[in-house]
Ligand binder design. Structure first.
Ligand code: ZN
Length: 284
C-alpha cells in the first residue's frame, strides 16, 4: 500500500507531464472503483487544463481550469502509468490497453496517464476547487506532517492525557495526516521511543525530538523516490514504487543497525499492524 512518500513521488512524476496541459480526452472505462465515479466524469475532465497538482495526505489533487479539482487515491493496488512522454532519459510508447486500466487521460503534448487498479480500492472524485478541503475524505484530516502546523507544541497537546500507545496515536489520521505503519516504525526507532509506550507518558524532550525526526524520515523517503524518478528502470513508466532501505521496518530477527548496539530487532502486533523496534535503542 503506497504511503505518503510514494504518493508524493507519484505527484512529482506527474507534475511535469500534467501541469499546464489540457486533457484532450478522458476515457472512463467502468462506473466505479471503490466508490462510483462522479456523474459525467469523462465530460467534466475533457477539455480542462490542469492548473496545479497538489497532495494532501495520500491524495493527489489536480486543480482544473473548470474550477473543479480531481481527487486521485491509489488505494491498495492503484498504479499510475505515464506513456508518450519522455521521463528521465526514457521514452515510453503507449502500451496496448491492459486489464484493470480503468481511467485513461490523453493530454495535450502527447502524454497519456493510465490509472490501473486490479483490486479497485482506489478512488477518483471531482469537487469544486473552492472548499475542496470539505470533501468527506479530506475534512477530518490532521495537519500535514511536513507542514508548519505540525510542531512540538501541537503534538504535545494532542498526546496529553492519551492512554493509547504512541504508535497507535501517530497512525491516527485526525492527529497527523498521511503517516503509515512503515514510517511511524522508522521514526520511533530514530527517536529511541518504544512503540508500546503510552502517548501521555512521552516527555517534552521526546516530543520535541520526534517532530523533526518524522519530517526527516519522510524527506529521506521522498528523496529516494526522487532518485527513482531520474532513472526510470521500470520499462513501463510506472510511478511511485521504489527501493527503500529501512532501518528497522521488516527487519525482525536481524541485528540493530545502530553502531555498537548488537541487539536483535523485534516485532509486536499493535492494532492489527506489525511494529518493529530495537529493545535496546527503544527501551519500554
Ligand atoms: Zn539498537
Amino acid at each position: 500500500m503506497p504511503e505518503l512518500p510514494e504518493v508524493e513521488t507519484v505527484r512529482r512524476g506527474l507534475e511535469p507531464v500534467m501541469t499546464g496541459r489540457r486533457i484532450l480526452q478522458a476515457d472512463v472505462r467502468r462506473p466505479d472503483l471503490r466508490w462510483p465515479f462522479p456523474p459525467g466524469m469523462a465530460e467534466r475532465l475533457t477539455g480542462a487544463h490542469v492548473v496545479a497538482l497538489r497532495r494532501r495526505s495520500k491524495y493527489i489533487l489536480a486543480d482544473l481550469s473548470t474550477a473543479e479539482t480531481l481527487l486521485i487515491h491509489l488505494g491498495m493496488s492503484g498504479r499510475l502509468l505515464i506513456s508518450g512522454a519522455t521521463l528521465g532519459s526514457f521514452h515510453h510508447p503507449h502500451p496496448a490497453p491492459a486489464k484493470h486500466d480503468h481511467v485513461v487521460l490523453d493530454l495535450e503534448g502527447g502524454a497519456r496517464i493510465t490509472f490501473n487498479d486490479a483490486r479497485r480500492f482506489g478512488a477518483m472524485d471531482l469537487m469544486p476547487t473552492e472548499g475542496a478541503g470539505a470533501h468527506p475524505l479530506l475534512s477530518a484530516l490532521g495537519p500535514e506532517p511536513m507542514g508548519n502546523d505540525f510542531h512540538a507544541a501541537y503534538l504535545a497537546a494532542r498526546l496529553r492525557g492519551r492512554a493509547t500507545p504512541i504508535k497507535t496515536a501517530l497512525l491516527d489520521q485526525h492527529l497527523v495526516a498521511g503517516l503509515g505503519n512503515i514510517y511511524v516504525c522508522e521514526a520511533l526507532f530514530r527517536a529511541g521511543i518504544h512503540p508500546a509506550r503510552l502517548a501521555r507518558d512521552l516527555t517534552g524532550a521526546e516530543v520535541e525530538r520526534l517532530v523533526p525526526i518524522i519530517r526527516d524520515v519522510l524527506v529521506d523517503a521522498i528523496d529516494a523516490g526522487g532518485s527513482s524518478l531520474k532513472d526510470y528502470r521500470q520499462a513501463d513508466g510506472e510511478l511511485g514504487y521504489f527501493q527503500h532501505s529501512f532501518r528497522v521496518y521488516d527487519r525482525e530477527g536481524q541485528v540493530c543497525v545502530t553502531p555498537g548496539c548488537g541487539a536483535i530487532v523485534q516485532r509486536i502486533v499493535q492494532s492489527g499492524r506489525s511494529s518493529f523496534f530495537c529493545p535496546c535503542c527503544q527501551p519500554q
